[in-house]
Design a binder for this molecule. Structure first.
Ligand code: FE2
Ligand code: FE2
Length: 163
């Protein structure tokens, strides 16, 4: 994706595009896992897997370093502030557990234990899909209530600077 296309986009639109890419990669990997014979070894980590892992880490950093703090700053009213805090804690916890499961998946990749790789892949895919659904159904709508389109666009420009 050419970075210039992001310029007039909000950070939420960028995240939704990333989520679509993540869902597709998970679906493709689950299909690969189904098609392998039970006698096969677990597939090695591919260049696509590595690019996916990098994009996922960068995406989580953009959420944790840009979107979540902006939501915290914008929610001064007490009840609202607690809701935001709860979501953000949950979002950050899930980023850690998703990263841990992904590291486990890579550790089983290329090994002889196909069944272990399949189980770890299923756990990883379930966890990431659940996380993405929660963001899309609850966290992003709340962000759009709290933050103006202009600010969400500005956050997207800052996101380019996240490594
Ligand atoms: Fe996330
Ligand atoms: Fe996300």
């Amino acid at each position: 994706m050419i970075e210039a296309l992001y310029i007039s986009m909000t950070i939420i639109e960028r995240f939704l595009q990333d989520h679509a890419i993540f869902r597709k990669h998970l679906a493709d990997t689950l299909a690969l896992a189904r098609d392998l014979s039970d006698q096969a070894t677990a597939p090695a980590v591919s260049d696509d897997d590595r690019a996916f892992a990098h994009k996922l880490r960068r995406h989580a950093r953009m959420e944790a370093e840009l979107l979540f703090p902006a939501m915290q700053r914008a929610s001064s009213e007490k009840d609202r502030h607690e809701t935001v805090q709860r979501y953000i804690r949950h979002g950050n916890d899930e980023h850690h557990s998703v990263a841990k499961r992904q590291a486990e998946l890579h550790a089983y990749s290329g090994g002889v234990q196909l069944s272990q790789w399949r189980t770890t892949l299923n756990d990883f895919a379930d966890g990431l899909n659940r996380h993405i659904d929660l963001e899309e159904n609850e966290i992003f709508p709340l962000a759009q209530e709290l933050l103006s389109p202009a600010l969400l666009t500005e956050l997207n420009q800052k996101a380019d600077l996240v490594a």
